[in-house]
Each structure stands twice: as C-alpha cells, then as structure tokens.
Design a protein around this ligand. Structure first.
Ligand SMILES: Cc1ncc(COP(=O)(O)O)c(C=O)c1O
Length: 536
C-alpha cells in the first residue's frame, strides 16, 4: 500500500507542476525556465554539496545502497529477501511510463527506494536461489568506478589502465589453472565463455571455416555430459552446428561424465562420418556440482585429437583453495577453461573469464582487422589493442572490478572464503543426514562441490510405502514450500527434478561465499523448510 501511495504521489507531483516551472534533471532543483542557477537549486538538492562539481543523484544512490544495507555481509538478516508481487501488480505499482519532463533528484531517490523495495536482496544470507548471490563490496566499488569511467576494453588508447589490468588478470588466471602459456578474455557471461571455447576448437581444427563457412563440411560434433549446462546446446545453435550435433554423454551416479562413454561416443560419431571437434567437461555442474575427471578426459581427447574445454563457471573457484584445488586436477592440460568469479566468490555480475592454453588463437579466431579501430601505424605498441580477440566491438570493462576485489582481499582471504563455503556445504550435508524427515538425493552421496540436493518428507508421508504415488507426492512438496517461502519473503532456494536419473523435484541448495555462510544459516534453511512443509 505504501509503495502504491509513493508511486501515485510521484505521478501526481509531475502532473501538477506549473507549466512554466521545469525540474532540473541534474540537480533536482525546481526553477523558472532559463534560470537554471536559481537560488532554489541547492535547497532542493538531496545533498548540500556543490552541484557544480559533485553529483547529488550519485550521492543519493550511494546513500540509498548504504541505508538499505544492500552490501553483502552488511544486510540486516531480519529483513525480507523479497516482497513478492505478481507481474501485473508490479506493473501497477511502478511508475513505468516515460514522461516528457524528467524527474528531479528527490523524486528519483524515491523511485530508487521503490525499486529496492520490490527487488530481490541477493545480498541476504538466505538467498540461495541461483549460483550467483550477494556482491563483494570491493568488487562493487570497482564496478562503480569502471562504470563511471565508461569506456571500452578494445584499444589501449581508450582504456590504457584497463587493458593492462585485463592482461595481468588473464596471466594470473592462466597460471592458477596451471597453463605454461596462454591467453584469455573477459566475456559477458559463462554461456559466452563456453562459446569462445567452441569457436577456438573449430578454428584450431578447421581454420578455413572462418572465411568459407561450413558448406560442404562433415557435421561437426560436440560432446558434453548429460549433467552439463545448457549453454553448450545454445552455442551449437549460434555457431551453426545444430543442437542435434551436441552428443550428451552418460554420467555416473554423481553426475560425472563417464570417460569410457565419451570414448565410445566419439568413435560412434566417427563411424557415422561425422567430425568430433569439441568436448566440454564440467567442473562443478549446475545441479549436482559434479567435477568431471579432467585427466581421464584429456587422455581420450588427445588420442582422438579433439579440443577439451572445461566449463568451470561454477566450480572453478576450488582452484583458489589448497584444500579443494585437487578437484581441478588436470586443468593444466585443458585447451580452454571458462570460470565465472561472479558465481561462488561474489564478484559483481558479470565477471566471466575465458582462458586458453593456445597463445594467439583467440585473435586468429575472432579478428576482423577493422581499420578504423585497430590501425597498425599507431604511435604506441599496438599489441596492446587487444579488442580484436573478442567477438564484440565494444566490450564492458569487466576485468577491473575483479582485479580491484582481489587487490583488496588478497589470496588468503579468497582461499578462506572458498574453504568456508565448501565446509558449510559439508556441514549442511551432515545436517540433512541427521534428520529423519530430510533425505539426501542419492546423486549427492559423494558430492564434491557446494551443491546439496535433498527432499523434505512431510509428516503425512513419513513411514508410508514408497511407491510411485508416494514419490509423485514428494515431488510436489518442493514447489509448494518454495511458493510459501517466497510469499513469506524469508528464504529463496532452487528446486528441480533430474529426469535422466528419474528423480522427482528436490531442493537444490547451493552454498556460496558472499555473504559468508555460517552454521546458523544452514540450520535455518532446514528449520524454515520444515516450518512451511509440515502443514502440507
Ligand atoms: C556450469 C555452468 N556453466 C555455465 C553457466 C552459464 O553462465 P552465465 O549465466 O554467466 O551465462 C552456468 C549458469 O549457471 C553454469 O551453472
């Protein structure tokens, strides 16, 4: 109701302003036309700062973020995560229409407050809905700074500091994963990073396709586990391979690709006169958190001369921890790796890095040599004009916020964060096993990442025969509890079935590092599910 009143009052304020008065967009001042620097200006700004050199709207938005404690580890845990409204209700509440005259800063501040009210607080410790979550405050600061500098990561002349920073962080990450040499690029998300892998694989095996296209070519075939992320199929569509040419390889009980099944699938494709060119391994799968055996897959790919990419978007963060980095064993042999620090370790969305052990291949694959941008006769070292490695022209500066965050936090902090995240997942796993009315999904018995999958069994189903009908009913529990929790605003967690393992809907918990997970958060999760579930 309050929000509706605010929205209505915003509409009314604008509607009833005298015509000869204008609202100064930049200052929030109301003044007569042509008297932009009237004395009313400062009184009407939200801040008393000198509007000639400071931006009152930026101060106001910063204040809003601080007041509402939207920064991870600072958010008030007693507040709601979400104030849920159905789309039609939200369309009524929010003043969506764009008007002839702009709003002033005070009105914009109110508008910001309204948006915060109806947005999901991913910084809340009980937000587990997705693989991303709250943002590290230093990462956010870096993001704001690079946004203010509003430039493109394509040429040294427009982004000198950012270009050398991107290269430094690419070198850092290639070393982390054990490459002796390599290259890399920040891309707008993991799906795109996986597509970079496919493109480089194609370029390596069939360099002519870049200019001639795929006409008359044997069908190129990609392989990925049945547990892998759907971006591989999307990539095959975008690259013109066709989704049917993505072969889903069988997995073991824990969702890890079976190496022998991969080898059989490659041989079968060859027998069908198709061209195997790309294998996608997964390190931390979206649902079960499976880590494919990179060493075993490497041997098969080497033998068959197929590119091996690893989608480490979710689980790649293990590399930051001495205790957990064995999960990435074999990463040094990969042709390419995609990692999203915006997932487990809380870098701002989007922070996705693609690295390859083939120096020069990114450029060879993507370059188009635009003469208006990448002139070779510039006065500085043009090897720093790295933008032609990208499929994009303009590219947002994503490297800086991650670099800034790492500079602020340091390696020890990052390691400790990853350790605690994995430890808390182990703690939750043990809690689930300790309770009669929760049941671990078998795929998670040997789980290694921070995904924990479980069913909640309501009292009326406890002790009953576990036949098809019983499972049917158990499968309806998670969506109902989720709905109740969202409407209550107290907790957000994902659920899904796993049809290829014949599992009905279960809760998929994902533990991430920002805000820092604690034992109390894990206990609250199960208590809350029980609270809403016992009535079902
Ligand atoms: C394993 C894995 N790979 C890739 C992606 C895609 O990443 P993005 O959402 O940044 O495109 C996801 C998304 O959740 C994922 O879980």
């Amino acid at each position: 109701m309050l929000a509706q009143r605010v929205a209505v009052s915003l509409h009314q304020t604008i509607k009833f302003l005298p015509r000869r008065l204008i609202l100064h967009k930049n200052t929030g001042a109301v003044g007569a036309v042509g008297h932009r620097h009237s004395s009313t200006m400062k009184q009407n700004t939200p801040q008393s700062s000198d509007s000639a050199v400071t931006s009152s709207i930026l101060e106001a938005i910063n204040k809003l973020v601080q007041d509402q404690r939207l920064v991870s580890d600072k958010y008030d845990i007693t507040e709601k995560i979400i104030n849920f409204k159905h789309p039609k209700e939200l369309e009524e509440i929010l003043p969506l229409a764009i008007q002839k005259d702009g709003l002033n800063d005070l009105q914009l501040e109110e508008l910001g407050r309204l948006i915060v009210k109806y947005s999901v607080k991913t910084c809340h410790p009980h937000f587990y809905n997705q693989l991303y979550h709250g943002v590290d405050e230093y990462g956010l600061a870096g993001s704001w700074l690079s946004d203010a500098l509003n430039t493109n990561s394509h040429t040294f002349e427009v982004a000198p500091a950012f270009i050398v920073i991107e290269q430094a962080i690419v070198n850092y990450v290639t070393k982390l994963f054990g490459f002796k040499q390599g290259d890399g690029i920040f891309s707008p998300g993991g799906s795109l990073s996986n597509m970079y892998g496919m493109m480089l694989a194609r370029q390596k095996k069939f360099p002519d396709i870049k200019s001639t296209g795929m006409f008359g070519q044997k069908p190129l075939v990609a392989f990925t586990s049945e547990e892998s992320h759907y971006s591989i199929k999307k990539g095959a569509n975008w690259l013109g391979l066709g989704m049917d040419n993505v072969i889903k390889v069988e997995t073991d009980a824990g969702g890890n690709m079976k190496p022998e099944a991969l080898e059989a699938a490659i041989l079968e494709a060859k027998a069908q006169n198709k061209e195997p060119f790309f294998v996608n391994a997964t390190a931390g799968s979206t649902v079960t958190g499976a880590y494919d055996d990179l060493d075993a897959l490497h041997k098969i790919c080497k033998k068959n001369q197929v590119w091996l990419h690893v989608d480490a978007c979710w689980g790649g963060a293990a590399i930051l921890s001495k205790k957990r980095r064995h999960l990435m064993n074999g990463s040094e042999h990969m042709d390419s790796i995609a990692w999203n620090p915006h997932k487990m370790v809380g870098a701002p969305l989007q922070t996705s890095i693609f690295v390859t052990s083939h120096k020069g291949l990114l450029n060879e694959t993507n370059s188009a040599n635009a003469t208006y941008l990448f002139q070779q006769d510039k006065f500085y070292d043009v090897s720093y004009d790295t933008g032609d490695k990208s499929v994009q022209c303009g590219r947002k500066v994503d490297a800086f916020k991650f670099w800034f965050m790492l500079k602020a936090r340091g390696e020890n902090y990052m390691e400790e964060m990853v350790d605690q995240t994995f430890d808390m997942a182990d703690h939750l796993h043990a809690l689930v096993l300790s309770k009669d009315n929760f049941r671990l999904v078998p795929a998670y018995e040997n789980r290694r990442c921070t995904n924990v999958g479980f069913w909640y069994i309501p009292p009326r189903l406890m002790g009953k025969v576990e036949d098809e009908t019983w499972w049917e009913e158990v499968g309806q529990v998670a969506p109902k509890i989720k709905e109740a929790m969202i409407l209550d605003g107290s907790l957000m967690i994902g659920y899904q079935p796993l049809p290829f393992k014949n599992y009905r809907n279960f809760f998929r918990m994902v533990v991430h590092g920002v805000p820092r997970p604690e034992p109390d958060h894990m206990a609250f999760l199960l208590d809350q599910i029980e609270l809403f579930g016992k009535k079902l």
